[in-house]
Design a protein around this ligand. Structure first.
Ligand SMILES: Cc1ncc(COP(=O)(O)O)c(C=O)c1O
Length: 469
């Protein structure tokens, strides 16, 4: 241990978060329709598995792209030899055109301003290295994607200061919350270098409103700091209100010639919109040529392989394919999301109204034994171990209110989703039954001042599950 670096031995990777622990539990006992029907259903993974048939059928029709051929001739040598870190021009062009298409072509992107990275994970970290020093801070609205603790902080030494958002206004960012986070950073002697938002939001599944985006632009103008907009879910917006990219707001406000223009940076990736997280394709889009040049050099540490770039430049240049993919994928996401929402409703559980993303932000505050994060963890454990659903507790997303959970819907089949909702409903029903009998018991024992422990309800659910098996 003594000879190892502090980075290796410190505990700031975030692997101990309940977000990752839930995945580990799932790995130990994964649900399978036939082989393990009692296993844990994975609803803690934001993966889009609803539209694989579309790239699959494209690949079947475009054998050259997948077979590393051009006009029937092998280009293996060309792809296998040394790759320049600037990326394939054809792929960068195809990617910026795809980004514009997602934004309804209201904005266009210059391929000279894009840097390819191994996923959005690498893009976010690279931007931290470009924009901040160790000990500087970025302000992030809560709840936020749990991976940011690893991606933004671990290797860079940058700090995250939360912008506290609450359910009172659907977790929207407000001017006082922004100012309070800024002041909090200053009280901690941290220099604020910027704000990072995820639009559409992970974990909320909502798009940011134009007034929120305006507020952010005004704030970073006033404080002379950066804004990173992680738009990794921009292609998942399946219902209104539509998606407004930060780039659109800058253009609408004619801010191209002002200093703020160069301080806004977009992160993108094909992990969610095309459901290809394993391909590791991400990007930074920046209006600052110095950031683009530095990030391009840094991308050496996490390049996208040439054959992936070659394959995807052919796929994304096929406009008929991208159009059809987007339309079908949106419909499927919307259908699966509404199945989740109605399944939750049947179990008496509500969620934040959403229009994007691969998950819902679910309100289980009424199932907590007390309004505390300890009670949230207690409920989460019951849901993972007894109900056998892996979902992510709000505390892992740094939510300021206990009782919220992120539940993913696009990585499982419709049948599995149905089963998950049945399991959840019987769990909630068991709580209600026990609560009711408890109420009767409590009334009859009132004179003895018996204290009821909510945990009993969970225990009896567990017992009932065991009996049923
Ligand atoms: C908001 C956000 N940013 C970045 C990432 C990382 O994405 P990638 O797989 O492209 O590295 C994720 C993945 O869940 C995410 O939700």
């Amino acid at each position: 241990m003594g000879l190892l670096s502090r980075k290796v031995t410190c505990n700031s990777h975030g692997q101990d978060s309940s977000y990752f622990l839930g995945w580990q539990e799932y790995e130990k006992n994964p649900y399978h329709e036939v082989n393990n029907p009692q296993g844990i259903i994975q609803m803690g993974l934001a993966e889009n598995q609803l539209s694989f048939d579309l790239p699959e059928s494209w690949l079947a029709k475009n054998a050259d792209a997948a077979g590393f051929k051009r006009d029937g001739q092998s280009i293996l040598k060309e792809l296998a030899l040394f790759q320049d870190y600037h990326g394939l021009p054809a792929f960068k062009k195809a990617l910026v055109d795809f980004m514009a298409e997602i934004r309804g072509n209201k904005v266009t992107f210059d391929p000279n301003h894009i840097v390819l990275t191994a996923g959005a994970t690498s893009a976010n970290e690279t931007l931290m290295f470009c924009l901040a020093e160790q000990g500087d801070a970025f302000l992030l609205p809560t709840p936020y994607y749990p991976g940011f603790d690893r991606d933004l902080k671990w290797r860079t030494g940058v700090e995250i200061v939360p912008i506290q958002c609450t359910s009172s206004n659907r977790f929207q960012i407000t001017a006082p919350a922004l100012e309070e986070a800024y002041q909090q950073a200053q009280r901690k002697n941290l220099r604020v270098k910027g704000v990072l938002v995820t639009n559409p939001s992970n974990p909320l599944g909502t798009t940011m409103r134009r007034d929120e985006l305006d507020l952010l632009i005004n704030f970073i103008t006033d404080k002379e700091i950066h804004l990173i907009s992680d738009e990794i879910y921009s292609g998942t917006v399946f219902s209104s209100p539509g998606f407004v990219s930060i780039m659109e707001v800058l253009k609408d406000r004619s801010l191209e010639q002002t200093p703020v223009w160069e301080r806004v940076h977009i992160v993108y990736s094909l992990s969610k919109d095309l459901g290809l997280p394993g391909f590791r394709v991400g990007a930074i889009y920046s209006n600052d040529p110095i950031v683009v040049a530095a990030a391009t050099k840094m991308s050496s540490f996490g390049l996208v392989s040439s054959q992936t770039q070659y394959l995807l430049s052919a796929m994304l240049s096929d406009k008929k394919f991208t159009k059809e993919y987007m339309a079908k994928n949106h419909k499927r996401l919307q259908k699966q999301q509404s199945k989740l929402v109605s399944g939750l409703e049947k179990a008496g559980i509500g969620c934040l109204e959403s229009n994007a993303g691969l998950f819902c932000w679910v309100d289980m505050r009424h199932l907590l034994s007390s309004n505390t994060f300890e009670a949230e963890m207690e409920l989460w454990k019951r849901i993972v171990y007894d109900v056998k659903l892996n979902i992510s507790p709000g505390s892992s997303c740094h939510c300021s209110e206990p009782g919220w959970f992120r539940v993913c819907f696009s990585n499982i089949s419709e049948d599995t989703l149905k089963l998950a909702m049945q399991r959840l409903k019987s769990f909630v029903d068991s709580i209600a039954i026990n609560d009711q009998s408890h109420q009767e018991l409590k009334n009859s024992r009132k004179k003895f001042r018996t204290k009821w422990v909510f945990r009993l309800s969970f225990q009896s659910f567990h017992d009932r599950e065991q009996d049923e098996r």
